[in-house]
Design a binder for this molecule. Structure first.
Ligand SMILES: Nc1ncnc2c1ncn2[C@@H]1O[C@H](COP(=O)(O)OP(=O)(O)OP(=O)(O)O)[C@@H](O)[C@H]1O
Length: 721
């Protein structure tokens, strides 16, 4: 059942990379295509095949491989704390199944990316983690027999990741012809919490001190041998020498068990000449870490020296576990991480949560008898996957400063040139401009730097150099500010000119309008005049129409055809308005009378309510509210008095309430009643009086109509009687 799933995984690999043929026979080689690089720790899992002992004991497989970087742990019933859980699924970047070769691991684990990054100046780390006998050393360096003989067989397919990475590294270096590389390597082991130099162990295996470097902000091993490696052979010699010197022991689970953690580091210094002649030096490195395996001392039957080793191994791995757990927890990440609790975590601190890129290869046994340890390793790996690093290129701080200053100078120069072009200032103009020259007075080009000499330069010489660049920077910044100021001034001037332009245009328009109106000058339409014409409401659509009477509601209907272009009327409807107001006043008059006759009943609030504008369809008599003879008398009197009042006022005011009431029903067409003056159509002069809603007459202007008032007064008195 399993084989087809695994084969399909291999197919995916082959299609994606086209690197190898499908292995129909074995089938168990599968791996997933590498995921695109990100800042997380890249975690892959390698499952070794069942070994001879496990096969002889008929120890079955506890792992299944559903594909897509997933791994399924079965048979969990025997695991403490997992009762009731049958299976557990984990997913990683890549899962190497038991059939995967050493070459597969090189190709698909992402180690090649780490090497490329190390060449580019990053700090990278690949470490193997897992229980004892799970295949960590095999993955990193290959089977033990490779280094036990007199001569290492360099053509062996079994070589591990370190050997294959060296080959790949030299290939990359050869391709980068524009750079000059210096390689140095160190190899150490941490045995029983002591750091031993595997390239110079000495007969006494004297331990080295681990110290904190303020400069590089990381731990380092004091007096560690750094071997120059000009050739690939030199690197291979380092690996061989270290493998021979490392502490190895035998126990029940592994005949060649590593009793220490080992760290092989290749330091890569690259020098590259840039276009502007500046040399850039980057310092990258790659660490290969082979951790000793965690072991249950009961299972390994450890005692004496092996037991002490096992305890130390387990202790340092436990601290590593704490660090990984804290780093993967977002809440704890910024808190205390116990790096200092073991030599191993001190030296791995930078790889786990620093500025490097890290690859974790979790090695597991597929045997059912190891299910607890396998589960623990997979859990660790899952946690490590959540850790995020911030990779940075390591450079000499002095060079970095000079380079950044140079870059800033170049950027400022560019910006200034651009500004000058934008301002259209010629070189002559700049030379003649005292303000610009003043800002350039301090501009002195710093002397050329010989980067080869930087290491030998005196501190005073270096500080002079930095000062020069800083000065140039300051001067350029000042010039930059001046240019910006000038640009702002020009923009402001331009704005003023624009505004003046607009003002003049408007003036021209006004003149044009006047010209159009003048009878002496032929009419010439202007844009604004057209706009004005368009705004004239010829069809009365701007006039509010009472919807109750919409059939007769247009102003046009009320007043008949009007000449909208009448020069005395801006809106072309004075006549309309006078008629409108007249009808409005008639309506008010009618209500006044009817109200007097039938005063509103009910509470005061009701009294204050205006009667509806739309009247009842009136008869000739009740238009005036005078259907009784006595009322008709009153109306007749009122008519007379109104007429004489209008005459007495000399028709100075057009609208006097009560004059000329029509015999037909009023047109309920009203202008939009925005204010009282608009309502009466006389903005300049208010009407003389109007009837307030409560029936009292209020005089507004009557100094020249005293008689009229008196007459009204007496008429009122009569009315009351
Ligand atoms: N993928 C593999 N293919 C074939 N053999 C393997 C594989 N992985 C491990 N082995 C074999 O299993 C044995 C134990 O492997 P190895 O020594 O690498 O384990 P280890 O995890 O390094 O153990 P320790 O922590 O005790 O050092 C070795 O003989 C090794 O050759």
């Amino acid at each position: 059942m399993q084989a087809p799933i695994i084969r399909s995984t291999i197919d995916t690999c082959v299609i994606a990379f086209g690197l190898r043929q499908v292995d129909d026979a074995g089938g168990q080689k599968g791996s997933e295509p590498p995921t695109p690089p990100d800042d997380n720790i890249n975690v892959v899992v390698r499952v070794r095949p069942l070994n001879k002992r496990e096969n002889s004991l008929n120890d079955g497989m506890t792992l299944e491989f559903p594909g897509n970087g997933q791994i399924l742990v079965t048979g969990l019933n025997d695991v403490p704390g997992m009762k009731g859980t049958k299976t557990k699924l984990f997913s990683y970047n890549v899962v190497f199944e038991p059939g995967a070769t050493q070459e597969d691991v090189l190709q698909y684990s992402g180690i090649t990316r780490l090497i490329n990054m190390a060449v580019d100046g990053f700090s990278s780390t690949a470490f193997c983690y897992g229980q004892t006998g799970s295949g960590k050393t095999h993955t990193l360096t290959g089977p033990p027999h490779l280094f036990t003989g007199k001569k290492v067989d360099i053509y062996s397919e079994d070589h591990g990741l370190i050997f294959k990475s060296f080959l790949y590294l030299f290939k990359v270096l050869q391709e980068k012809k524009e750079c000059h590389f210096i390689l140095k390597a160190s190899f150490l082991e941490i045995y029983n919490e002591k750091v031993i130099d595997l390239l110079n162990p000495g007969t006494a295996r004297k331990p080295l001190a681990v110290r904190w470097s303020k400069k590089s902000q990381r731990f380092f091993v004091e007096n560690l041998f750094l071997v120059d490696c000009e050739e690939l052979d030199d690197l291979l010699a380092v690996l061989e020498e270290g493998m021979k010197n490392r502490a190895v022991g035998a126990h029940m689970m592994n005949e060649h068990s590593s009793r220490s953690h080992t760290i092989l580091t290749v330091h890569i210094t690259s020098e590259q000449q840039m276009e502007n002649g500046v040399f850039i030096t980057k310092q990258g490195k790659i660490n290969f870490v082979d951790l000793a395996g965690s072991e249950m001392t009961k299972k390994t039957h450890s005692e004496g020296k092996t037991l002490e080793e096992a305890n130390n191994i387990n202790k340092s791995l436990m601290v590593l576990g704490y660090c990984i757990a804290s780093l993967s927890d977002h809440k704890k990440k910024n808190g205390h991480i116990p790096y200092r609790d073991s030599k191993l975590t001190k030296l791995l601190a930078d790889s786990l949560a620093g500025n490097g890129v890290t690859l974790m290869i979790a090695c597991v046994s597929p045997a059912r008898s190891n299910v607890t340890e396998t589960l623990n390793t997979l859990r660790y790996a899952s946690r490590a996957k959540r850790i995020r690093n911030k990779p940075i290129v390591v450079m000499d701080p002095r060079e970095a400063l000079i380079i950044s200053l140079k870059r800033e100078v170049a950027a400022l120069q560019n910006e200034n040139d651009h500004l000058r072009t934008a301002l259209r200032l010629s070189a002559d103009a700049i030379a003649n401009d005292p303000t610009l020259n003043a800002s350039r007075i301090n501009l002195k080009t710093p002397p050329n730097i010989n980067f080869d000499r930087i290491a030998e330069m005196e501190p005073s010489e270096l500080s002079d150099l930095v000062r020069h660049y800083a000065q140039e920077n300051d001067a350029l910044r000042k010039e930059n500010t001046d240019l910006f100021l000038q640009r702002d001034l020009l923009i402001r001037d331009q704005e003023l000119v624009c505004r003046e332009n607009e003002r003049l245009l408007k003036k021209l328009e006004d003149v044009n309008t006047v010209c159009v109106r003048s009878p002496l000058i032929g009419a010439r339409p202007t844009l604004s005049a057209e706009a004005l014409n368009n705004s004239v409401d010829l069809d009365g659509s701007n006039v509010w129409t009472n919807p109750l009477n919409s059939s007769t509601g247009s102003l046009q209907n009320l007043s008949g055809p009007t000449n909208a272009k009448n020069p005395t009327d801006r809106n072309g409807n004075v006549e309309n308005r006078s008629k409108l107001v007249e009808s409005f006043q008639k309506e008010l008059e009618r209500r006044q009378i009817s109200k007097r006759r039938n005063p509103p009943k009910g509470n005061s609030k009701e009294k204050g309510t205006l009667p509806p504008i739309r009247p009842q369809i009136p008869t000739t008599e009740n238009i005036f509210g005078a259907d009784k003879p006595e009322d008709q008398q009153i109306v007749a009197d009122r008519r007379r008095s109104d007429a004489s009042a209008a005459n007495a006022a000399g028709r100075r005011r057009q609208f006097v309430l009560g004059s000329r009431l029509p015999n037909s029903s009023p047109q309920n067409v009203l202008p939009r009643p925005e204010n009282i003056n608009d309502l009466f159509g006389a903005k300049e002069e208010p009407p003389e009086y109007y009837n307030d809603p409560f029936g009292s007459e209020i005089s507004l202007r009557d100094e020249d109509n005293q008689d009229e008032i008196e007459r009204k007064g007496s008429a009122k008195k009569e009315e009351r009687k």
